[in-house]
Design a protein around this ligand. Structure first.
Ligand code: BG6
Ligand code: MG
Length: 227
């Protein structure tokens, strides 16, 4: 079928919290760092960091200090960010394919069978390593590189980049996200947003499922057809 007339031309996935539950490792890694800085860090605070790149996340954490982090030089901030990344890399060392979230491989297979390409739009510089550890690289046609986009989520850049590299029209793309900033990015890119998680947090999504095991290509198609 001609690409222009297909309902769904591509599905673009977030990684952390969608393909695998590494969102919990980002949380732990930031918590270790925040505690070293004497900042109270809990799940509610963490929710604001989901989907947000490393330096922007650090800035949000430092803004909880009485001086908003003004005393730190750029070099010191880079050291803290590297420290968080080292915490995170230690935590993901043992991640393997058993940590692919339920329903994701079935969805990959259904997309493959339907001839719908898969893109990745993750803010993480560790995405390549994780995809290798999870052994899912072969399903993913395009990985948009966060280093090559001007603005991180909630800006649409990384989703648009993935669509551009796949050669598809964003209007006919589906984006799947677990973070509020990610859903905003998908919507700003003009795509159909599927949220995975809390319906209140992800309220801007076009279609929300509580967990990845509830994702199905036929349900997504049905909801997209009714938009
Ligand atoms: C996103 C995560 O996928 O990647 C964020 O949701 C994380 O929590 C961001 O900060 C950047 O990841 P990394 O691995 O480059 O520090
Ligand atoms: Mg995520």
């Amino acid at each position: 079928m001609n690409k222009e007339h297909q309902e769904i031309q591509a599905v673009i996935f977030d990684l952390d919290g969608v393909i695998t539950d590494t969102a919990k490792y980002h949380y732990e890694a930031w918590k270790q760092l925040a505690e070293e800085l004497g900042i109270h860090f809990d799940l509610e605070f963490n929710e604001q960091l989901k989907g947000i790149d490393r330096m922007a996340s650090l800035e949000k954490i430092l803004s909880a200090l009485p001086d908003g982090g003004a005393a730190f030089t750029l070099e010191q901030k880079q050291e803290w960010a590297e420290r968080k990344n080292n915490n995170y890399k230690r935590l993901i060392q043992t991640v393997d394919k058993s940590e692919i979230l339920p329903g994701i491989l079935d969805l990959f297979h259904d997309l493959e069978y339907a001839g719908i390409p898969i893109g990745l739009a993750s803010a993480s510089r560790n995405a390549g390593t994780l995809l290798r550890q999870l052994k899912v690289e072969s399903y993913i046609h395009v990985i948009a590189d966060p280093e090559n986009v001007a603005h991180g989520k909630p800006a649409p850049d990384i989703f648009l980049k993935a669509a551009e590299e796949l050669g598809v029209d964003p209007h006919y793309c589906v984006g799947i996200e677990d973070a509020e900033a990610g859903v905003q990015a998908i919507k700003s890119a003009g795509m159909f947003a599927v949220g995975v998680g809390d319906a209140e947090i992800l309220s801007k999504a076009d279609y929300i499922v509580p967990e990845t095991s509830k994702l199905s290509l036929s349900d997504i198609k049905q909801h997209m057809a009714g938009r």
